[in-house]
Design a protein around this ligand. Structure first.
Ligand SMILES: CC(C)=CCC/C(C)=C/CC/C(C)=C/CC/C(C)=C/COP(=O)(O)OP(=O)(O)O
Ligand SMILES: O=P(O)(O)OC[C@@H](O)CO
Length: 430
């Protein structure tokens, strides 16, 4: 027995050596966070943060979407956000800020689970919350899953499987080592980061090096949430990146222009994270569509809508253009913004037309509308042609659900799970 244990220990050491060699000396990239992700859009599930009506159009340009936020996030609004984002063609990962934000449903929908550990907060934010989460997974989430899916398993097998599944969930997750540098943010309050906890560039680098080597953090995240870190952040990114060989380095906070995005990428960030600038697109369009609905009739022609947008919207100063400008691969953000804002107004007017006509919109078992939701006609061909088939189906479902909310609709129970409250326009009358 002892000798078997000895062999197992030696094998374990060899495996650790191979893993370390792959992270350092061998020229392969074993980090599960793709190196080519350079732009991440953070979608906050909290009820006050909304989505643009045609969100898959905007999100098709970002490398990945992160679902998470620090305030007013609940299991319900997190699951609803995944209902909308999970089926989209862009990779979606989950960044919980509390143990119970992770549910069986969010695990099914998310491509990755990214768990925050704060390097300059209190011990709760480094390991306390993770401890609570591990207990919850081992003693509630996994046993509930096993009871549901494998009720015939004997108790001893349930125990062993629950141990394995809990460890697997953590082994399969990625860990994000946060350095929070804006004490005025919700994330700082959550992690108990105060003015005295802010780090110098050198201290940030030292903790990042420890996170890579000791905690195995796939990601180091310099977080200025809500405010732009400017030159201080650039210096910190440059210093941290000198110390990292394997972990990715991300920057988030106040990115709302091409200049800010490129400044942080040039300073050494592998990716920038954009949150508020995306949600502002939704707030802006709600106001815009309400104005358009007052000026234009529901049956306004495509050219009338284009003209109205040209005359009434300062596209260069719009939040749509600002968000798109944060994505370096979007070469002409203003042009793209004009196309998307026009498509949004067209869509909104078309939905009003459908509701006004008292259209009984039906969804067939495949989710196809039988009445009037041809996307080319609704969004305009140029915008609808940009959507792949999964995104097109998702947009169609969301639009049908918004109409169904306001009409006598038969056969629409398949749309009940579309959480339309998450659109900024859900508060506007159709
Ligand atoms: C393993 C399971 C089931 C769950 C993990 C649960 C854990 C450990 C959560 C970590 C909670 C934590 C340490 C939070 C600290 C604050 C933080 C970094 C929040 C992330 O906030 P952002 O999403 O950046 O927030 P804002 O965009 O609102 O600023
Ligand atoms: O909302 P903003 O300021 O873009 O910040 C993004 C992200 O770092 C928040 O976690």
């Amino acid at each position: 027995m002892t000798s078997f244990d000895g062999v197992a220990r030696r094998l374990g050491r060899v495996a650790r050596g191979v893993t370390l060699a792959a992270r350092t000396v061998v020229p392969v990239d074993t980090n599960p966070v793709p190196a080519d992700w350079s732009h991440v859009t953070k979608v906050d599930p909290e009820d006050a943060k909304k989505l643009p009506l045609l969100y898959p159009l905007y999100l098709r340009h970002t490398s990945a979407v992160s679902v998470g936020g620090s305030a007013d996030v609940t299991p319900r609004n997190t699951e609803e956000t995944f209902e909308l984002l999970g089926p989209a063609s862009v990779p979606v990962f989950h960044e919980p800020s509390g143990p119970r934000h992770v549910t069986l449903r969010t695990r099914e929908q998310a491509d990755l689970l990214a768990i925050p550990e704060v390097l300059n907060g209190d011990s709760e934010a480094l390991v306390g919350q993770l401890g609570e989460a591990t207990e919850y997974v081992r003693e509630e989430m996994v046993p509930d899953l096993l009871a549901d899916r494998t009720p015939w398993l004997p108790d001893f097998a349930v125990e062993a499987l629950a141990d394995f599944a809990t460890s697997w969930l953590l082994a399969d997750a990625i860990f994000e080592a946060y350095v929070i540098q804006n004490p005025d943010s919700a994330a700082a309050r959550e992690a108990n980061v105060t003015e005295t906890d802010l780090l110098t560039p050198r201290e940030s680098k030292q903790r990042a090096m420890a996170a890579e080597r000791h905690l195995g953090s796939e990601l180091v995240y310099l977080e200025y949430s809500g405010t732009y870190g400017g030159d201080d952040a650039a210096e910190t990114l440059a210093t941290i990146s000198e110390g990292l060989t394997w972990s990715r380095l991300w920057y988030g906070g106040g990115i709302d222009s091409r200049e800010r995005a490129t400044a942080m990428l040039d300073a050494g960030a592998d990716a920038i994270v954009v949150g508020d600038a995306f949600h502002r697109v939704a707030d802006e369009e709600a106001e815009l569509c309400e104005r358009a609905a007052e000026d234009l009739g529901p049956a306004a022609s495509a050219s009338a809508v284009r003209e109205w947008v040209g005359e009434n919207v300062a596209v260069a100063d719009s939040h749509a253009a600002a968000y798109l400008a944060t994505i370096p691969s979007v070469l002409h953000p203003e042009r793209v913004a004009e196309r998307y804002l026009t498509a949004t107004v067209r869509t909104w007017l078309r939905l009003r037309e459908l509701v006004e006509d008292g259209a009984s919109v039906r969804a067939s078992s495949t989710g196809q509308s039988e009445n009037g939701l041809d996307l080319g006609r609704t969004l305009g061909d140029d915008a609808s042609d940009e959507l792949g088939s999964d995104d097109a189906e998702l947009v169609r479902r969301c639009l049908l659900a918004l109409v169904a909310d306001r009409s006598d609709a038969d056969g629409l129970s398949s749309l009940d799970d579309v959480p339309t409250d998450h659109f900024a326009l859900s508060g506007s009358s159709l």
